[in-house]
Every structure is written in C-alpha cells, then in structure tokens.
Unconditional design. Structure first.
Length: 73
C-alpha cells in the first residue's frame, strides 16, 4: 500500500480497530465458554440439578449431549 492508500485509508482506521476489538472479544468469550473447566462446571451443575430433582434423567442426558456437542463444533 502506497502513501496515497495510507492517506485514503486513514479515516477508516477507527472502524478497523473496532472490528478487531470485537473479534478479540469474541475469541476470548469462546475460549472461556468452551474451556475444559467451564464444560466440567456446567456438567457438574447438571448433575447437581439432577440430584436435587430439578430435572429428569432424560433432560440431564440431553443437556449433557448438547454441552459435549458444542465442544466438537
């Protein structure tokens, strides 16, 4: 990119920076959501809900399957 391209692209720098910031936030959120610790915590919460009688065995199995499928995708 030459000097003219730099000058013409300068007004768009804040927009490019904002887009990059949004991408970084999305990456961080996905890492936190699908980290092994987060997945384990969600599975433990399901087991606790099942033990407390808040959900049925079928609901627990379905929710666990959805959590684990999310790791694969």
């Amino acid at each position: 990119m030459g000097p003219l391209g730099l000058i013409l692209g300068l007004p768009f720098a804040p927009v490019r920076g904002l887009v990059r910031l949004a991408e970084l936030l999305e990456e961080q959120a996905e890492q936190e959501l699908w980290s092994p610790m987060a997945v384990r915590r969600r599975l433990e919460e399901l087991a606790e809900a099942r033990a407390a009688g808040e959900i049925s065995e079928e609901e627990e199995a379905q929710a666990a399957e959805e959590i684990l499928q999310g790791m694969i995708i």
